[in-house]
Design a protein around this ligand. Structure first.
Ligand SMILES: [Zn+2]
Length: 416
């Protein structure tokens, strides 16, 4: 984020503390001690310095567990041996209040960042966890079988397992920064969040001194191939994909879109890039069905398949807009934050055709080299409608952009 460090002046040092004993949060301060801990516990209300509670959408399940008598309200997590497996940061972006507005950069290291406060009885919880995994995908096994990938015994085992570091990230929103990203006032953002959640968090409108909100939404998971520290080194080739959740394709193999084949292609590219001496990253955001949700998505599928003339690429966006009111609610404005958390300044190979993702990433100050499209042979027949409509709407393609006449001819399967 070269040139943006001047924005440190944005910190509101006059913030009041939340409860009587709540430490203040100075968002974007350069050290954890100056920034202060994020405290979303419901155990000691006077310690709270945020709106909302931990665990994103799972906060509701926590409430159910308390209601059912299965969970003690005052349960405190025993965090023995839970610290990150990899050392990440701090990076200069962590001290830039505009570079990161939707996650807590110190969220993985609360134990080492705030030992005195924890010893004094504050319930400070991690909002980021970092661990190791072996990932085994049939597409990667097939790539080995066909000779596109060669196991090296370190990153890729002969069994087909790829060794990764992965991080789970919960949303932590600095409301002034989020409002700025979306081009609205903080007051307006607070009022609309309050109203459109049915009045779920009154503090949004009654406590303007609390600037941090833990929203009840899904977070992100990041898979890193190679050494996570290399992500911050612009001289190390970085292959990256930012992927939005699509349960139907990602998990169940539904063939109406390109989500899983593009995801597994990205993983293959990440492994190959890392074997060349680079590093790879896949960031997976819980934004099902363009953040419209799966019910809306399935309604759109039916509307597409049943419309007069059948499912054609020229009506692809129109059908979504008829049902949802918008074409897309993923709004990539907050997505680059996780890249800045890893200290990324350059992506050499971006495995995405989305112009919205590209614009958000480059607009946030990260340089992007090559853009890698999904190979044609990986596009399922019924997904041609989607990918052609997207290319016509501005998605990156190295080939010809389909015109209106071509879009009318691209047709998907019927419902029966
Ligand atoms: Zn999909």
């Amino acid at each position: 984020m070269s040139g943006e460090h001047k924005s440190l002046g944005h910190i509101r040092l006059t913030s009041h503390s939340g409860g009587v004993d709540a430490p203040p949060i100075h968002w974007g301060a350069p050290t954890a001690a100056e920034r202060g801990p994020v405290i979303g516990t419901t155990g000691v209300r006077a310690h709270r310095n945020v709106i909302g509670t931990h665990s994103g959408s799972y906060s509701v399940y926590r409430a159910l567990a308390v209601a059912a008598g299965a969970l003690a309200r005052d349960h405190r997590a025993d965090l023995t041996n839970t610290s990150p497996t990899d050392h990440i940061g701090p990076y200069p972006q962590w001290g830039d209040p505009k570079a990161i507005v939707s996650l807590d950069p110190w969220g993985a290291t609360v134990a080492e960042s705030f030992p005195d406060k924890i010893a004094a009885g504050y319930d400070i919880r991690p909002t980021i966890a970092v661990t190791k995994a072996h990932v085994i995908l049939p597409e990667i096994a097939e790539a080995i079988e066909k000779g596109r990938l060669v196991p090296d015994g370190k990153l890729l085992l002969p069994s087909g397992a790829a060794l990764v570091t992965k991080a789970a990230v919960e949303p932590v929103w600095h409301l002034p920064g989020v409002a700025e990203r979306f081009g609205c006032s903080e007051a307006e953002l607070r009022r609309v969040l309050f109203e459109e959640t049915g009045g779920m968090y009154p503090e949004l409108v009654t406590r303007s001194d609390l600037e941090v909100f833990l929203p009840p939404i899904g977070g992100q998971t990041v898979y890193v191939f190679g050494d996570a520290r290399d992500l911050a080194d612009p001289t190390v080739e970085l292959t990256a994909r930012v992927h939005d959740e699509c349960n139907g394709s990602d998990v169940f193999g539904s063939d109406i879109c390109t989500c899983r084949p593009y995801l597994t292609h990205a993983i293959e590219e990440c492994i190959r890039g890392t074997q060349r001496g680079g590093v790879g990253l896949v960031a997976y955001s819980r934004k099902e069905g363009r953040a419209l949700g799966e019910v809306t998505k399935f309604l759109v599928y039916n509307a597409r398949k049943r419309q007069e003339g059948g499912d054609t690429a020229d009506q692809y966006f129109a059908r979504t807009e008829c049902v949802a009111g918008v074409q897309d609610m993923r709004f990539q404005e907050l997505m680059p934050d996780v890249l800045h958390w890893f200290g990324i300044t350059k992506i050499h190979r971006l495995v995405s055709m989305s112009n919205m993702k590209y614009d958000a990433i480059t607009g946030s100050g990260i340089e992007v080299g090559e853009r890698v499209n999904i190979p044609d042979e990986l596009v399922p027949a019924d997904a041609r409608v989607e990918i052609d409509a997207k290319m016509a709407a501005g998605y990156f393609t190295p080939g010809p952009v389909p015109d209106a006449e071509a879009l009318r001819k691209v047709k998907g399967r019927g419902l029966e």
